[in-house]
Design a binder for this molecule. Structure first.
Ligand code: FES
Length: 93
């Protein structure tokens, strides 16, 4: 069981039995994480800052890396729709 925690306007925690994207976990929590393009790595509105558990996230793919570069994201920031967790993770949105 994986625990995913979201800190922001609304605090939220959810438990997932399988690997899950941070966005789908946020919707399950539920917390109001913006995701304007619907999870296609185009808008960047789902950006989050990873506070703990970065080692449990999938590495950024080409599409995510491109958006993060355009956004001038910090190394600890990820797109929730593209980052998949296979262990406990805590993020700020
Ligand atoms: S929802 Fe648009 S980039 Fe994640």
């Amino acid at each position: 069981m994986t625990t995913l925690k979201f800190h922001g306007k609304v605090e939220g925690t959810t438990e997932c039995e399988r690997e899950s994207s941070l966005l789908s976990a946020a919707l399950q929590a539920p917390v109001p994480l913006t995701h304007r393009c619907g999870g296609h790595a185009r808008c960047g509105t789902c950006i989050v800052t990873v506070e703990a558990g970065a080692e449990h996230l999938s590495p950024p793919g080409t599409a995510e890396a491109r958006v993060l570069q355009v956004l001038k994201a910090a190394p600890d920031q990820r797109l929730a729709c593209q980052a998949w967790a296979n262990g406990d993770v805590s993020v700020r949105y």
